[in-house]
Design a protein around this ligand. Sequence first.
Ligand SMILES: Cc1cc2nc3c(=O)[nH]c(=O)nc-3n(C[C@H](O)[C@H](O)[C@H](O)COP(=O)(O)O)c2cc1C
Length: 384
Amino acid sequence: MRVLKCILAGIMTFLLTAITAIGVFAATEDTGFSDVDANAWYADAVIYCRDNGLMSGTSSTAFSPDAFVTRDMLAAIFYRMAGSPAVTGTDNFTDTLDGAWYANAVKWAAEKGIIDGYGNNIFGVGDAVTKEQMLTILWRYAGSPEVDTEKNFADESDISSWANAAVDWADSQNYMPDTENNYFHPKENATRAEVAFIFMKYLSEGKTAEQVPDDESEQKTNVLIAYFSCTGNTEAVAKQLNTILEADVYEIIPEIPYTDADLNYGDDASRTSMEMNDPSARPAISGSVENMEEYDIIFLGYPIWWGQAPKIMNTFVESYDFNGKTIIPFCTSGSSSIGSSADALHDLTEGAAWLDGQRFSTSTTESDLREWVNGLEVGLEIVK
Ligand SMILES: Cc1cc2nc3c(=O)[nH]c(=O)nc-3n(C[C@H](O)[C@H](O)[C@H](O)COP(=O)(O)O)c2cc1C
């Protein structure tokens, strides 16, 4: 009897574990995000926004449904919804960065009057958007439609007067998620789940579905991975990076290849020692990037030499106009971090936005790279 009980208990434990595992797995499989349960009220919205290129995850596995949406992120969603039209020049805001991932979106949204600045040339980059602000922005995008009906939320008096028409309109169109006890909480920050839900409702009502670009290439950011590598470590990372980005790849090849003797850092008289000690050294490059003007984002890979980027990287960045582009450095090394290795290159690329770089080791995996890219917040599309 005692043995039978043990067996039964074992079977029950196994079944419970299996059911739980299947449940968790099913949710992850259905939505593609471990923090978006397939049964969540916003699950369909998250999938809709992801599939239509409006919002992506905050990492390769997470969507962060409860995180707040910032003004620059919201501008980017609207901009993508409009098909990422060409934008020229820069904005007049003092808190935006030329060439940043949101730069075109912010300029476009401000020019269209969809998201204005706060005044005094401040856009409010990084500021969370409240629920009433979010609806007002969408309402303006929709052409400020008039509404006959007037909703009365339990906290109606908390709604700012400038947001009244937008909230009434969104409610009359059923764009908003269900409220609890009829409280709208207008001054609370909008979450990513709420924003995804509202966009899905707005677009799936057939209002502007045609504004979602169906040609993926139209909204794809043009990315170049340019790297220099003598012993293959940086090249391996660059190639791995490209399997997840499917970007264009350019190898910076020295006109005079580096020999083993050249790379001998134990010899003060070796070519690399001499170059790294000479601020004016600019080793010549064989070949060039023909169409640099077409790229928005450039990943720049190099080995660390004496804590710095090799001087051939100076030659490379001095050869092109990086104004308005985003540059993301990465490196490999024996042990040194990327540190300030790219700082000397910053001054040579006027108007470019440099992101913090990352050092990778020879054991870097594809998933390490995917996690890094996902955290970059530059609107990159990960294909794998
Ligand atoms: C001249 C020279 C200097 C180096 N200096 C450093 C250094 O300061 N710190 C470090 O961790 N590794 C240093 N290394 C090691 C390289 O950064 C490392 O082997 C790198 O992964 C090589 O990349 P590659 O195979 O793409 O050429 C140095 C290597 C060379 C040849």
